[in-house]
Design a protein around this ligand. Sequence first.
Ligand SMILES: CCCCCCCCCCCC(=O)SCCNC(=O)CCNC(=O)[C@H](O)C(C)(C)COP(=O)(O)OP(=O)(O)OC[C@H]1O[C@@H](n2cnc3c(N)ncnc32)[C@H](O)[C@@H]1OP(=O)(O)O
Length: 158
Amino acid sequence: MHINTKNLKAIQDLYPDELAHCYGCGKSNPDGFQLKTYLVGDETIAYFTPQPKYTALPGSVYGGLIASILDCHGTGSAAAFVCKNEHISLVDATTIPVRCVTALLKIDFKNPTPMGVELELKGKLRSIEGRKIWVDMTLTANGIICATGEILAIRLKD
Ligand SMILES: CCCCCCCCCCCC(=O)SCCNC(=O)CCNC(=O)[C@H](O)C(C)(C)COP(=O)(O)OP(=O)(O)OC[C@H]1O[C@@H](n2cnc3c(N)ncnc32)[C@H](O)[C@@H]1OP(=O)(O)O
């Protein structure tokens, strides 16, 4: 079921302008994917429909794209979970004071990801250990989990 995100703020839209150029999720990169991650309760969600140019085998999505969007959903989720943990409201914020980058990203490709349908990405917090944030992710198409991911995001020092 597609969650209505109309009244939610995407975590990437709260990144300060100087950090909003990421190819995967920067709102200021017109050539990028501009992935949007939303915190909904205890999990994060994002939707993305790949263009046909990201084809691997005919009819299926290229694995590098899948890794790319899970990378950005993972760091976005990590920032969102840190904010939640520290009672920083994403509703009231215009920018967030948390910066996370990927140290480790693991993807399991479980099934071919079909081209031409909306993909649903979900994230769940596994743990926050100091500056280390572990997030588990799934990528689903047509109700089938096509990939799972785990990310270790590191919160940057000020
Ligand atoms: C809101 C605005 C957003 C702004 C950001 C918006 C952009 C979105 C980003 C999208 C996602 C990306 O593509 S990000 C781009 C790709 N990633 C990168 O370029 C990161 C390159 N790597 C680095 O810069 C560095 O290695 C860091 C920052 C990750 C870590 O360096 P550091 O800060 O010096 O910290 P360091 O002491 O080494 O590590 C901290 C702890 O993490 C552990 N650790 C570090 N790396 C690993 C690892 N690969 N596997 C296991 N553990 C690791 C260490 O053992 C340590 O554990 P312990 O001893 O404490 O237990």
